[in-house]
Each structure stands twice: as C-alpha cells, then as structure tokens.
Design a protein around this ligand. Structure first.
Ligand code: GLU
Length: 292
C-alpha cells in the first residue's frame, strides 16, 4: 500500500467482548496489533466491549486480562471498558437523532423473521424497514411504553454522506457500501448503544490510527466509515486479517474446546514459544487460516 496512508506512530487496540475465554485466534490478532504499535513507537490499548449486559461476564474480563498478561502483552494507559462510557455513545446517538437519521424500532426478532419480503445482506436478513414508515404520532404513542431500539435510516444517511472509502493496508482502497447492511441498530433495546456506534466512537476517542481485526468485520467497516463521516470523526487505517479455523474447518469460536489460552496454559504450553510461533504464522496442530 501507499506508505503515505501509514500513520507514523500506530495507535492500535485489541477489543474483545467478555463473552467467553480467549482462544489462539484472539492471541494472534492481539499480537499483530501490539507488534504494529511497538514497531512504530505508537501505543497499544486494551478495550473491553462489554455493552451486552446479558452475555458479558465479569469472570471473562479477568480471564482476558490474565490471558493477555500470560502472553507477555502489556497495554498502554488504563484498560477501557465500554460499559463505563455509555454517555459518550448517547451523545453520538443524540447528534444523529438531531440530524433526523435514526428512528425508533419496536419490532421483535420474530417480527423481522416473519417478514417474508425481508431481503438478505452480508450479515443475514436485512431489516425490512417496518418502523421507518411510522408517523411521528405513532412513534410517540409507542415510545412511552414499548421497548425500542434505534436504527439508522441507511439510505438517507448514505445519501447525505455521499461516496466514501477507507484504506485497508493489505487490500488498498475500498469503496464503502454501507447500504448493503440496511438499517442497522445503533442503540439496542437493552443498551443505549450497539457495537457499531460504540466501536466507532471509541476508536476516535482513543485516537486509534490502525484498526486490526478479523475479516468477518469487513462489512462492519463500511458502516463505521459512514458513522465517522456523519459524526465528523477521523478514519483510521484498517487491516482485516484472516480467521483461524479449527480441525472441522469452522472458524474458532469462544466455545471451541481445547484451544483457549486458559486450556493451553493448563496443559503446560510455554507462552514464549506460543507467541514466537504465532508471530511466524505457525499455529497449533489442526488449526489453519481462512481464505484471504
Ligand atoms: N468486540 C469484537 C469481538 O470481540 C471486536 C470488535 C472490533 O475489533 O472492532 O469480536
């Protein structure tokens, strides 16, 4: 890629959700971000994405800290916890509300699944737009007593923002196509934000200049790029690395047995050797890389 796009001092982050123990794929991702920061005299941050109150567990937060330290990865500054930054996300949502770009959504998952006409996007069925068509009076009437999420009016927002792109340090310039994701949720029924809004706001607030994450989040970057444009936030450089696959060819998940860092530690694995191997692209037996 064009070296002009590379920040001089890379500020990177590792941003796990505490919904399970970390596995070797997380270790590989975290190491890449840590090494990129160190190689450029930048900074590496640890951010716990714990906005999902139902799935996040305190024991997993301490597990993440234990695992990261076991690998010898230290982070700069305080560990950031999204659950303690909700007002920041609320402020961003308020700005989008004031711009008329979000609307309350009262649909349940079942309502959306039942919509036979729901088109499909990269992440599954797209929201069919039911609540986008409600009148102001209908919204007010529902909002008082019905739990609701906030969705972005994607076509309107993308129209206002105009054509956007972002840079992937391996793949180069990528034209953003956030409309493919439909009217995604920016604040959940059970939380005043969503992954998309919180991650975008935090990457900017933490001065992250290089976001390294799995290729499964490539489509999410289009949405984050749009939110950056709407909220006047800077756009970092991105890299979407390949995912690690288990012996069954499926991507490693927190539920995958035998490959969590805690299990490797208990089995007596030397973290120094594990880290050296991961840096060299050598993975434990049975683990392979997804297609680029
Ligand atoms: N919290 C997300 C995860 O654990 C990562 C989000 C990101 O890196 O932007 O999958």
């Amino acid at each position: 890629m064009n070296p002009a796009h590379r920040p001089q001092h890379m500020v990177t982050r590792f941003a796990p959700s505490p919904t399970g123990r970390l596995h070797v794929g997380h270790a590989w991702s975290a190491l890449m971000a840590y090494d990129a920061a160190n190689a450029t005299g930048g900074a590496f941050h640890l951010r716990i994405e714990d906005i999902d109150g139902a799935r996040s567990r305190e024991e997993h937060v301490s597990g993440i800290v234990e695992d990261i330290l076991w690998l010898g990865i230290g982070w700069d500054g305080e560990m950031v916890r999204q659950s303690q930054r909700l007002t920041l996300y609320e402020d961003a949502l308020d700005r989008l509300k004031a711009m008329g770009l979000v609307y309350p959504c009262f649909c349940t998952r079942a309502d959306i699944a039942a919509s036979a006409s729901a088109p499909h996007g990269p992440e599954g069925p797209l929201y069919p737009g039911t609540c986008r068509h409600l009148s102001e009076a209908e919204r007010e009437a529902h909002m008082a007593f019905t739990p609701h999420a906030w969705r972005i009016d994607m076509a309107k927002a993308a129209g206002i923002a105009g054509p956007l792109h972002w840079i992937d340090d391996v793949q180069g310039r990528i034209a953003a196509a956030p409309v493919l994701a439909g009217d995604v949720v920016l604040a959940r029924k059970d939380a005043p934000t969503s992954y998309h809004l919180a991650a975008t706001v935090d990457d900017a607030a933490m001065g992250i200049s290089f976001v390294l994450r799995g290729q499964d989040l490539m489509a999410a970057t289009d949405i984050h790029r749009l939110l950056q444009a709407l909220l006047g936030l800077p756009t970092p450089l991105y890299r979407h690395h390949r995912l690690l696959l288990g012996p069954d060819g499926k991507r490693l998940a927190k539920r995958t047995q035998g490959i969590t860092l805690a299990e490797l530690r208990e089995a007596g694995v030397d973290p120094g050797i594990l880290v050296r191997d991961l840096r060299a692209g050598v993975f434990p037996v049975g683990i392979s890389l997804s297609e680029p």
